[in-house]
Write a protein that binds this ligand. Structure first.
Ligand SMILES: Nc1ncnc2c1ncn2[C@@H]1O[C@H](COP(=O)(O)OP(=O)(O)O)[C@@H](O)[C@H]1O
Ligand SMILES: [Mg+2]
Length: 201
């Protein structure tokens, strides 16, 4: 729950008394104009930015994880693909890691490639696999399909459709807004407004 959140950068108000209640299993898309405050809202929810006013309250069992477009720059080139995901996997067996990596098209010996030799698209796929493998149950995503190649974008959308946890995602990608979201909110002029409610059960 976001309760009476307000945020300003200097004199500039970005969010004004925003209230939001997201329930377990909901997949929320945040849309709205550039500069409307979507990224700020996500970063406040992720605990990366302290709001000027208001609070974020998480359910006791919620384990949020935050992903933005720069995660592929944070990969360790010295590691192999499987080592890189194992590092965040909290003891998940390799067979399960390889299943997720397989969904992101790392098949067979591909998982033993060093990260340093991967293409840009492959690096984003490793970063996304890492993100999905973390022991989180709430995904906070900031425009995750921007800059992805078509295949990686499609794989990510499939993974988000199958995801059984909760998602809060800034995006205008129709694959996400139409294909993943159960709820859509517009963030604009300091406020949020629910646009429509859909059920995907
Ligand atoms: N770190 C920051 N310092 C100052 N202003 C910022 C900062 N981050 C965002 N802003 C401003 O806050 C407003 C909302 O930005 P943002 O949350 O990134 O919007 P969106 O993600 O919807 O495009 C914009 O006017 C932006 O310039
Ligand atoms: Mg943004």
């Amino acid at each position: 729950m976001l309760k009476h959140l307000s945020h300003s950068f200097g004199e500039e108000p970005v969010l004004i008394d925003v209230n939001m209640h997201v329930e377990r299993g909901q997949k929320v898309a945040l849309i709205g104009p550039n500069g409307g405050g979507k990224s700020t809202l996500l970063r406040i929810a992720a605990g990366q930015v302290q709001p000027t006013e208001g609070v974020v309250e998480w359910a006791e069992r919620a384990r949020p994880g935050y992903y933005d477009q720069h995660q592929d720059e944070a990969l360790d080139g010295e590691r192999t693909v499987i080592e890189e995901v194992r590092a965040v996997a909290d003891g998940t067996p390799d067979v399960d890691l390889r299943r997720v990596l397989g969904r992101f098209l790392f098949i067979g010996d591909d998982v033993f490639k060093p990260v340093s030799v991967l293409s840009g698209g492959e690096r984003s796929r490793v970063a996304l696999a890492k993100f999905l493998i973390q022991p989180t149950n709430v995904l906070l995503l900031d425009e995750p399909t921007n800059h992805l190649d078509r295949t990686t974008r499609r794989k990510l959308i499939e993974a988000l459709q199958q995801y059984t946890g909760t998602i809060l995602c800034a995006s205008h990608d129709p694959g996400i807004v139409e294909g993943v979201a159960t709820h859509v909110y517009e963030v604009a002029d300091g406020s949020i407004r629910e646009l429509l409610e859909r059920r995907k059960d």
